[in-house]
Design a protein around this ligand. Structure first.
Ligand SMILES: [Zn+2]
Length: 263
């Protein structure tokens, strides 16, 4: 299994990061993709990934981090991002994207879109896939992706859209990653969405330390919980856990080119 979106660099793991990785491996998680959230963490994350086989870095600026960053520095950060990504050592651009609540809370949507499009341009120039955050602004996201394109593909992480939105997004070349919400007892929408996703575009993630799966909600999430997400996706699409494991591992390896030269 591959956890395609896990914030293992978060302070929540400072006390026991190595043990968390050991437990993940013990649970069958061979690879963990760690998307950065802000420029201050990029170099440290690259060093951590380089020192840990099976840990893969992505570099980007999370839209929720923008209120804490001076807008006057956005272009400089994007230039740094391209320089660091160009040196190698990361498998994707991200996390980047658009966040509805943050637009009302310190980072207007125009700025978010400009920063995300800066990431997309870098991905295009470097031939890298993009790990996208999209929350409650589906039209803006689809418009920007239609305009800019994703030559090396991308993934919508913790996909929160509807089954009806899937075909147009799949046509853009996107993968769809599912997290803890598919395990919630009230889950309907993400399960319907998972069923609508073409099987060669399905991915799994924990989004740890957030989005803890049932029955552990309320505690810190970690990549060792990925089998709970896999099992819920398996039930939703009528496959066995082993089938979902093989399917999503292959999809993640192809999208992120893991196990190939750049990983
Ligand atoms: Zn994230």
């Amino acid at each position: 299994m591959i956890d395609t979106h896990c914030h293992l660099d978060a302070a929540a793991f400072d006390a026991d990061r190595e043990e968390v990785l050991d437990r993940a491996r013990g649970a069958g998680v061979t690879d963990v993709v760690v998307p950065a959230v802000e420029p201050a963490g990029w170099e440290r994350l690259l060093a951590f990934a380089a020192a840990h086989p099976g840990v893969h870095a992505a570099l980007g600026i999370h839209p929720q981090a923008l209120p804490g960053i001076d807008p006057a520095d956005d272009d400089r950060h994007l230039a740094d991002l391209e320089r660091l990504l160009g040196r190698g050592g990361a498998v994707a651009v991200g996390e980047c994207g658009l966040d509805g609540p943050t637009a009302a809370n310190g980072a207007p949507l125009d700025r978010q879109r400009a920063v995300m499009r800066g990431h997309l341009a870098i991905a295009r120039r470097l031939g890298l896939p993009v790990l996208l955050h999209s929350f409650r602004v589906p039209d803006a996201m689809r418009e920007d992706l239609e305009r800019d394109g994703l030559p090396a593909g991308g993934a919508l992480h913790s996909f929160s859209g509807s089954a009806e939105q899937v075909p147009a997004l799949a046509a853009l070349g996107l993968h769809f990653s599912f997290a803890g919400p598919v395990t919630y007892e009230s889950a309907r929408k993400p399960l319907d969405a998972a069923r609508a996703v073409p099987r060669d575009r399905l991915l799994l993630e924990t989004d740890a330390p957030d989005q803890t799966p049932h029955p552990h909600r309320g505690s810190r999430n970690e990549p060792a919980r990925l089998p709970l997400v896999r099992d819920a996706v398996a039930r939703a699409i009528g496959a066995t856990p082993d089938e979902v494991d093989a399917l999503t591992t292959g999809n993640a390896r192809r999208l992120l080119r893991l196990g190939m030269a750049r990983s």
